[in-house]
Design a protein around this ligand. Structure first.
Ligand code: MG
Length: 382
């Protein structure tokens, strides 16, 4: 297509298809949760992580106390909840371990829904194709974990091409060589064209990644060659900014996307085509609802008999989204509609006294602890 196409995942993916890929692993992941402790089934909660539960891996807003209230005295889950984050870069199992440690409760990998979790759905399309994974953390390990067989990190990919980053010798902050591809990867990269690039999390080196991605995208997947058909490009999310340890917001994946797109569109006859996932896309909330249903049925039915039919027949009266970013968390919950109820905290991006003007939440509170307190009171749970 010659038109400028910016495809939102919500327009191109079937939410049911998207969700079904999670189900096979969920029952197994939740089998360690107790069946003795029957969680409430009329409501569920989705928590954003950055700016709500933690900030730069430090708990905030009384999150450890708040999450302990979602478990019984024996440490068994009693309130169905998931984490719904646009963050990423690590496998769900690793995030679950980190969150368990951070909050002092047992978090299952199935409860961790990251922005790039839906990339699993694309395994059938790119399973044996050469793909490049971009972002902080372990982007290639995440994609391998999902089932992609020929994935190369952009660190290793760039290291296969001598002088591809003319600024590399000037990057004195990198004391060691970045990327150390083995001979098999070097052979693969030099002979095969990249079929898709996946940006899972924030780029660590914008200048190199924009250069190398433009090389890949404008040449049909083989840097240094003539202009060719653009390989697929996927972004885990499109957040412009996020709240980290610094007092004001930091540039996010959306800012990187704007930079890449602006430059690509100046050097290429056709505008950049890409697909973005993550909140506030409505399918993300639909999927969270399905995972929460599965969570309820798994725990209720001793995990062994949990199945799609049980999950499909369950209806929540209310699903609470607790987030700090009006444009992402609150906008998403509002777009998703019933049964979502949005709660905005003041521990992250939003710092206003009242409510957000453009995307007002159903409730504004100071902290996640207040949010949990409100939900438990409203649902008559002590
Ligand atoms: Mg956040």
């Amino acid at each position: 297509m010659s038109l400028r196409i910016v495809r939102k995942a919500s327009q191109t993916q079937n939410p049911k298809q998207l969700s079904s890929i999670f189900f096979s692993k969920i029952t197994r992941s939740l089998s360690r949760l107790s069946s003795q402790s029957k969680p409430s089934s009329s409501f569920g909660i989705a928590f954003d992580i950055d700016g709500v539960v933690s900030r730069s891996d430090v708990p905030i807003g009384g999150s450890p106390q708040a999450f302990r209230r979602l478990y019984d005295d024996s440490g068994h889950l009693r309130i169905p909840y998931v984490f719904l984050t646009n963050g990423g870069g690590f496998p769900e199992s690793k995030r679950a371990r980190e969150l368990s440690e951070l909050l002092g409760v047992k978090v299952s990998p199935a409860q961790v829904l990251q922005a790039h979790t839906p990339f699993k759905q694309l395994v059938s399309k790119f399973e044996n194709e050469l793909i490049v994974a971009v972002g902080k953390g372990e982007p290639a390990a995440v994609m391998s974990h999902y089932g992609f067989r020929n994935v190369v990190s952009i660190d290793d990919y760039a290291a296969c091409f001598e002088n591809i980053d003319p600024l590399a010798p000037h990057k004195r902050w990198t004391m060691k060589q970045v990327g150390n591809p083995n001979s098999a990867i070097r052979d693969l990269v030099r002979t095969e064209r990249v079929q898709a690039a996946f940006v899972l999390s924030d780029s660590v080196d914008w200048s190199r990644d924009i250069q190398v991605l433009c090389d890949i995208l404008r040449t049909g997947g083989l840097p240094g060659q003539e202009i060719g058909h653009q390989p697929q490009l996927y972004f885990a999310h499109d957040d412009l900014a996020y709240q980290a340890a610094f007092p004001s917001e930091r540039f996010g994946l959306g800012a990187f996307r704007i930079a890449l797109e602006s430059i690509f569109n100046r050097i290429h006859p056709h505008a950049l085509e890409y697909t973005t996932f993550g909140k506030p896309n409505s399918f993300v909330f639909k999927n969270a609802e399905l995972v929460l249903k599965q969570l309820v049925s798994s725990v209720h039915d001793n995990a062994q008999v949990a199945n799609h039919e049980i999950a499909g027949s369950h209806h929540f009266k209310t699903l609470y989204m607790v987030g700090d970013n009006p444009l992402v968390d609150i906008k998403g919950a509002r777009q998703a509609g019933h049964p979502w109820f949005s709660i905005l905290t003041r521990t992250g991006v939003f710092k206003g006294k009242e409510n957000h003007d453009e995307f007002p939440a159903d409730l504004v509170v100071d902290t996640v602890e207040e949010a949990v307190d409100y939900v438990l009171k409203k649902e008559s749970i002590s």
